[in-house]
Design a protein around this ligand. Structure first.
Ligand code: NZQ
Ligand code: ZN
Length: 385
């Protein structure tokens, strides 16, 4: 097992009715910026409950954070913070709103050009405003991690950053808040969490049976409960397990001490920057093709994945790997997610643009061995057409 540091400071308040506990989590004298998206939080009544729970605190609201949140929008919230003396941010929504909160919290305390946050992948961040979250869409794990991904429309770039200063102080996870999700977002959440686990698991063995076993359980849970969440949308136990699985999939626990890949994500981000395809759907396109392309580098883990996640034990090594890749594709299809670039209006002529952007953003040595170069990424995309 590799050396690691593990520290996760985010308090999780999980279960029904936990918005009522906001009062004990947000400082009594805080001036709060409530940050939310395009209106779902208002429509579903979540915002009304949040406002009530904040009681007499001074509150400013900022709405309109987009899915795949835009730099151009989030930067306006930084001005609102300065104008109003905001001391605490409360993000109410999915990964996009939470990611925007992380950027806004950091930019509010940064004196230079806020774009430096992305060019340094978060390295310039030395401080951030404290923030909490009320999660309404289980998917990204952003509610319990320090990462964020923001799209700059003007630069046609979707870039990640990470900083220990950008951990939520607390996150409220009430599975009942996810009942209003459309099927498309339930499916996206399951697929995104699935690929998060894969990016931290499907590399090469380093003698880490606890991390592997944890990852395999998370994957099997998503495979079992994902389709059931679509069939029986208001089953509390299913929603609760999916919500906690998505959080555990990217809170640092399963990545501790093991190699990580993240190539599917970095290639996928460029597809979203290209034509706004949902994040999870880009992953469902890239991952199966990457598994196929990298089957030699990932051979041992692919065989372990076949056996322990899919119970594929018959046939020779190559047949079992083929079956595991097919099972992965079938799973995405069972969630109603297409797995080819052509399903998302990306053609052969567009691959140049995507690969050039990947190169421009410095994503030239991806994967657990740093061997997924732009040439390899091109091959992966061409095989996914
Ligand atoms: O904007 P509103 O009106 O709120 O509607 C949202 C949005 O349209 C809606 N929604 C959210 N909760 C709802 C709801 N609709 C009904 N009922 C509810 N309870 O769902 C739509 C999608 O929301 P969004 O926040 O964009 O989805 P998600 O949570 O999947 O976040 C995706 C973003 O997270 C980034 C992705 O790149 C993408 O930009 N990621 C962040 C990561 C991280 N911080 O660690 C890791 C991930 O790999 C990912 O890259
Ligand atoms: Zn993701």
């Amino acid at each position: 097992m590799n050396n690691f540091d593990f520290h996760n400071p985010t308090r999780i308040l999980f279960g029904k009715g936990r918005i009522d506990d906001l009062d004990g989590q947000v400082p009594a004298d805080a001036k709060v910026l409530i940050l939310f998206g395009g209106g779902s939080a208002e429509r579903t009544g979540v915002l009304a409950n949040v406002r009530k729970a904040l009681g007499d605190r001074e509150v400013v609201e900022f709405s309109g954070i987009e899915p795949n949140p835009r730099y151009e929008t989030a930067i306006k919230a930084v001005d609102v913070i300065a104008e109003n003396g905001v001391t605490f941010i409360l993000a109410v929504g999915g990964g996009s709103v939470i990611d925007a909160a992380k950027f806004i919290a950091a930019a509010a305390k940064y004196d230079g050009d806020a774009w430096d946050i992305f060019t340094s992948f978060g390295g310039v961040i030395k401080d951030a405003l404290p923030f909490g979250t009320v999660l309404t869409l289980p998917a990204t794990g952003s509610e319990m991690n320090t990462g964020s991904v923001i799209t700059h429309l003007g630069k046609a770039a979707k870039l990640p950053f990470r900083s220990p200063h950008c951990a939520p102080v607390f996150s409220i996870l009430d599975p009942e808040l996810t009942y209003t999700l459309p099927d498309r977002q339930i499916a996206n959440g399951v697929a995104d969490a699935f690929v998060h686990v894969i990016e931290q698991y499907l590399t090469y063995p380093v003698g880490a049976p606890v991390q592997d076993g944890f990852s395999e359980t998370l994957l099997r849970t998503l495979i079992d409960l994902g389709p059931k969440a679509l069939e029986t949308p208001k089953d509390y136990d299913i929603r609760a397990s999916l919500m906690w699985t998505a959080t555990l999939a990217l809170n640092g626990l399963i990545s501790a001490g093991v190699p990580q890949d993240w190539a599917s994500h970095m290639i996928g981000h460029e597809i979203t920057a290209f034509n706004d395809t949902d994040h999870a759907r880009t992953l469902a396109v890239v991952l199966p093709s990457l598994m196929q392309d990298q089957r030699e580098a990932k051979r041992e883990k692919l065989l372990q994945y076949a056996a322990n996640v899919w119970d594929i034990r018959e046939g020779d090594d190559d047949a079992r790997i083929d079956a595991a890749i097919k099972a992965t594709v079938d799973f995405f299809h069972a969630m109603g997610i297409d797995t080819k670039l052509s399903d998302y209006n990306v053609g052969a002529d567009d691959i140049d643009t995507i690969i050039n952007a990947l190169t421009d953003h410095g994503m030239t040595e991806l994967g657990e061995h740093g061997k997924i170069t732009p040439t390899v990424a091109r091959r992966i995309l061409e095989a996914a057409l």
